[in-house]
Design a protein around this ligand. Structure first.
Ligand SMILES: [Zn+2]
Length: 464
């Protein structure tokens, strides 16, 4: 008897092995079952003639339901996941709250998985540590036992007790190399930042303003810390993932000094806001709309960042999606030290970068892996996600590369109440998003009320 598939995508330009091939994609039991030119029977058929059929995007860096003092980021795993799905994202990487001890870590993983039980898209977790009081080798084992193979830490934020010191980082990297764990680092120079902040507060009656961000976290705070951590990566051979690299000048230095490990065991993530939003915005009346750490950068740094995107020195695009509503920000307009930081991005990440690639005359074939295979490989989920290939999860995006539209808040699906990209014209539109065979977004709108997202456990060893 002829096999009847659950779903078929007919007539699209399918992204296979880094190029577009006209083919039909057939799905059965949540997996990609066949890709080819023949027409086969299916329960449901989506005609996608001339449209791109891409692997479901992976955003390795989001913060759903993040607690920050008295604040909580606007999106939870349901609303944030819905926004993600509308942006073509089928898998997100989120975080545990920072933990120090074994007991805290075990309780926090359980709590976080519980909190994510309403996830709209699939997710995996990074285990975040701060002031760790646990043997690094033991930490790696706990992570792997819990289905987690990435550990996140900060070299800064000593003032909010979230910093991990260099000694521990080095011991952790040695252990992580043994266990094939990737260490994700938020790298900024803590002492310079704290010193700059103290000086600025003294001059300004004990307060900070959003516009002070540019000076407090001046570019060298990132350049130095990323270079230092890259040195540890080179020394230990451990896999290191540099989160949200903001300045093109940072990558200039990394490329020169550590070019031979970049893309091998050192990976650079950047975010759409560092390409699209200029530091000048911090100086305006509404600077509070743009407060994020590391801060927005100058024109020169943005130009360098674009050049590195085009040259292939950036390995992934994560969004650091962490929105807070305007009301929670505007009250701290002149007391930046109390303002919750972070920007939304998960819903427009791909269209923003697709538009940017067009402006840079960068082939889209070279952009797509930053949203799919690269994060899948680095984070150890390539056996299930990140490519269109029989046997893998049927996570797919149908994308119209020629549609033009304008980003505006009323079109967004996040629970956040503003977008920093208001009024920006972009090229390309997500039409349909498919998660393990379920059409969760249709014609750009959520098509599913249920939360179908699952915890993607990783435990197994990362691919070499
Ligand atoms: Zn983050």
């Amino acid at each position: 008897m002829l096999e009847v598939f659950d779903l078929a995508l007919i007539g699209g330009k399918v992204f296979l092995n880094d190029e577009f091939v006209e083919a039909n994609v057939y799905i059965k039991d949540g997996k990609i079952s066949a890709v080819g030119s023949e027409e086969l029977p299916a329960e449901r058929i989506l005609k996608v003639t001339g449209l791109f059929v891409l692997p479901g995007f992976i955003d390795p860096h989001v913060h759903f339901s993040l607690k920050l003092g008295p604040h909580r980021s606007a999106d939870d795993f349901y609303t944030g996941g819905k926004a993600a799905a509308c942006g073509g994202v089928t898998t997100v990487g989120d975080f545990t709250e920072p933990c120090s001890t074994e007991q805290e870590i075990r309780e926090e993983i359980t709590r976080r998985v519980e909190e994510a039980s309403n996830a709209y898209v699939d997710y995996f977790l990074h285990l975040t540590i701060a002031n760790p009081e646990i043997d690094p080798d033991h930490l790696c084992r706990i992570a792997l036992d819990s289905g987690i193979n990435s550990i996140k830490l900060f070299t800064t934020y000593s003032s909010s007790k979230r910093r991990t010191d260099d000694w521990y980082l080095l011991q952790l990297l040695k252990a992580a190399a043994e266990h094939h764990i990737v260490v994700m680092v938020h790298a900024e120079n803590d002492e310079i930042i704290e010193g700059n902040a103290r000086k600025t507060m003294k001059e300004n009656n004990g307060h900070l303003r959003v516009k002070d961000l540019a000076y407090i976290r001046e570019p060298v705070t990132e350049i130095e810390a990323v270079s230092r951590v890259a040195m540890f990566a080179k020394w230990t051979g451990s896999k290191v993932y540099m989160a949200h690299v903001s300045s093109g000048l940072t990558i200039d230095h990394i490329q020169k000094a550590f070019g031979e490990i970049l893309g091998r065991n050192l990976f650079i993530e950047s975010c759409p806001h560092y390409f699209w939003l200029d530091q000048k915005l911090l100086y305006g009346e509404e600077g509070y709309r743009y407060a994020v750490c590391p801060p927005l950068r100058s024109y020169l740094e943005i130009e360098h960042l674009k050049a590195h995107l085009k040259s292939g020195h950036i390995n992934t695009i994560g969004t650091d999606h962490c929105p807070f509503n305007l009301g929670e920000r505007v009250v701290y307009k002149d007391r930046y030290e109390l303002m919750p930081n972070g920007l939304p991005g998960v819903e427009v990440s791909f269209v923003l970068m697709h538009t940017m690639a067009g402006e840079l005359h960068m082939p889209v074939e070279r952009l797509i892996p930053l949203f799919s295979r690269n994060p899948a490989k680095i984070m150890g989920i390539l056996h299930r996600k990140g490519e269109i290939s029989p046997g893998k999860d049927a996570d797919l995006v149908v994308f119209d590369p020629n549609a033009e539209w304008t980003i505006t808040q009323s079109r967004m699906h996040s629970a956040n109440d503003y977008t920093p990209y208001e009024g920006l014209k972009v090229r390309g539109r997500i039409l349909h998003t498919i998660l393990r065979g379920h059409v969760i977004v249709e014609e750009g709108e959520p098509a599913e009320e249920k939360s179908l997202g699952k915890f993607v456990k990783r435990g197994e060893k990362l691919h070499a």
